[in-house]
Design a binder for this molecule. Structure first.
Ligand code: UGB
Length: 598
């Protein structure tokens, strides 16, 4: 009461709301007016921010939190009444007729698409000190994830333009969701690299706000242990992307521009764009309102399972069931063994890789009803079985793949399964945890993420007829991985199977110890035998034909230990560094036709 004079009329309204919502502990400890006045006002500035950034305001947040905390305490099953079953979707095999047909349809549609990267997470599991999108995707060229994503979108844009003979030339919009943890560093990475060749107007950053932490089952907001004039906050999850896209007006802008698709993807999957053209083709051909990309999933792997849930009352939906919920759900519904592999060696439920393709029209219609609010959950860590107090404060969270939960049964919700080697190699786990992953399950580390790029490129070249030697097995940071030749190329060189096929002819071979980096659009490989390292860089206007026999000492992988702090963090989390001993390296900086026969 005594401090009311410090507050503006709006702040007094907020204070009343907090008292009504049982939050007076936030200011009960306040000293007399005149002491810490600025800090007191700062608390209310923060309350105003928390109130305006949450749909329905803080009162709604606290109310939902109480309900969810009560359900959690009572051990209520979020899937009560639902029976899980394996849904049907589209299964694609790389390079076959069907795949090529979908790829072409997808490239055609790409000019009607917008891309959304969710990159607000710090990646606690990875423990890397920088932002994840700045990490090199592979260290042969050192290209970081963000550069690769932007170059892939630009390559798709051009390919789409070419295929439709320029009927409609549009810059594909690219939005990035950031958070306080990642925003400044993401912007700096873009600005200091001239947006990696994209127009800065094509890129939009949307910052998600954190939400208030909760200290007990009554949803009392937690004060920051370091600052009693500040409410502790934590990330709300990637589900925020929907309300942000809606409230920022971006979706409307895209709709007015005639776009048809919105593609969502995560921060560290270097393979993703190899799967995008075909899956967009599936969306367009099957007219899916929601299409989730999926890969075969090993039981208990830390990726969600795509599941059909059918309720006793007849409701049914196809939805991701998060990895920690799938096992209890199965056990509770007549599958006593829970989440186990079938005779195929994989879980019968396809693994969600959180790449979603939404059709814009139905998406906007749905968001007009919901404002983009996604069903939340709470995951408190209780001190003991009485579930009366928490080990540390908790908060509400939401996930972008839960968007279909509010859709009517008439919505066309499907999924597209592709081979893991082609579509999914995220970098999520630190070396220590990765080394403990059960044998046969993927490491999802910087080591496996980089090796997966080389494997995918090798397998793609094999598929177009190149003789690529088998990999060797090596151990880096305690993880045994397949080491294929280190083959990389720019997205403009080969984004689809057909593009790669057009660039490689004759009889070609690549030995296991080789490195090949193609950094140019019009590089044509014919009758090349590579045993060593070859790097070709060219401007778009140069056409370069490469062939002959390359034999040199090449680039070799040397082990480094992740604990060796004399090595940069980006390198030591992989467990190896590349020693560039000898190579053929050519740069074609002028327009024209060139031949390189070694
Ligand atoms: N992210 C945000 O942008 N904001 C946030 O508040 C949090 C995250 P994680 P997670 O593909 O392997 C997901 O932490 O949540 C971004 C799916 O839920 O890497 O453990 C963050 O920057 C799961 O079903 O993943 O698990 C990153 O880009 C499965 O598909 C993205 O959200 C799993 O990913 C994912 O965040 C997977």
């Amino acid at each position: 009461q005594k401090n009311l004079g410090l507050l503006s009329p709006e702040q007094i309204e907020l204070a009343k709301m907090l008292v009504e919502m049982g939050q007076s502990h936030l200011f009960q400890h306040w000293p007399e007016p005149g002491v810490d006045d600025e800090e007191k006002k700062a608390l209310f500035d923060q309350v105003a921010r928390l109130n305006s950034s949450y749909p329905g305001g803080l009162a709604s947040y606290i109310k939902t939190a109480r309900e969810l905390l009560a359900d959690s305490k009572a051990g209520k099953n979020p899937f009560d009444g639902f029976t899980p079953s394996v849904p049907t979707g589209e299964n694609l095999t790389f390079g076959d007729e069907n795949f090529i047909k979908f790829e072409e349809a997808g490239v055609r549609e790409a000019q009607n698409a917008a891309f959304v990267l969710v990159a607000g997470g710090l990646g606690e599991r990875l423990g890397y000190n920088g932002i994840k999108v700045a990490l090199p995707m592979e260290t042969t060229t050192g290209t970081c994830f963000l550069q690769h994503y932007i170059e892939s979108v630009l390559a798709l844009q051009e390919a789409s333009f070419r295929l439709t003979q320029g009927k409609c030339q549009r810059d594909i919009p690219f939005a990035i969701m950031t958070s306080d943890d990642t925003h400044a560093r993401t912007l700096q990475l873009l600005e200091s690299n001239s947006y990696f060749g994209m127009k800065s107007s094509q890129v939009k950053l949307l910052k998600q706000e954190k939400v208030a932490c909760l200290e007990d089952n009554d949803a009392r907001l937690a004060l920051d242990p370091q600052n009693k004039y500040s409410i502790q906050t934590k990330p709300h999850g990637h589900g925020d992307v929907h309300s942000l896209l809606y409230s920022s007006g971006l979706l409307k802008i895209w709709e007015d521009a005639g776009l048809r698709w919105v593609l969502f993807f995560q921060d560290t999957n270097g393979l993703l764009f190899k799967a995008i053209p075909a899956s967009l083709g599936v969306s367009a051909t099957k007219q899916y309102h929601v299409n989730s990309l999926a890969v075969p999933r090993k039981a208990k792997e830390a990726i969600g399972g795509i599941t059909r849930l059918t309720h006793a009352d007849g409701r049914s939906m196809v939805i991701n069931v998060e990895y920690n919920q799938l096992d209890p759900l199965l056990r509770a519904t007549g599958h006593p063994d829970g989440d186990v592999n079938s005779e195929t060696g994989y879980s019968p439920f396809p693994g969600n890789i959180n790449q979603l393709i939404l059709e814009l029209g139905p998406y906007i219609e749905e968001l007009k009803k919901t404002g983009g609010v996604i069903k939340e959950f709470v995951n408190p860590k209780y001190k003991d079985a009485s579930k009366t107090s928490f080990k540390s404060s908790t908060r509400l969270e939401c996930m972008m793949q839960d968007y279909p939960k509010t859709l009517p049964p008439s919505a066309r919700v499907g999924f597209t399964v592709m081979d893991t080697w082609l579509a999914y190699a995220p970098v999520k786990n630190n070396p220590e945890d990765a080394a403990k992953v059960p044998k046969g399950n993927p490491y999802h580390s910087a080591t496996s993420g980089e090796m997966a790029i080389y494997r995918a490129n090798s397998l793609i070249l094999k598929k177009v007829g190149v003789k690529v030697d088998d990999p060797v097995h090596q151990v880096f940071n305690g993880q045994e991985v397949e080491v294929w030749p280190r083959i990389t190329w720019k997205p403009t060189w080969g984004l689809t199977f057909s593009e790669v096929k057009n660039k490689v002819t004759g009889s070609c071979s690549i030995s296991q110890r080789s490195t090949m980096a193609i950094k140019g659009r019009n590089v044509f490989i014919k009758d090349l035998s590579l045993d060593g390292a070859l790097v070709i860089e060219s401007v778009d206007e140069a056409e370069v034909k490469v062939g002959g026999s390359v034999q040199n000492k090449g680039w070799i992988l040397e082990n480094v230990d992740y604990k060796d702090t004399s090595v940069p963090e980006e390198i030591r989390i992989r467990g190896f560094r590349i020693n560039k001993i000898e190579q053929i390296e050519k740069h074609y900086g002028e327009p024209g036709k060139f031949g390189l026969t070694v």
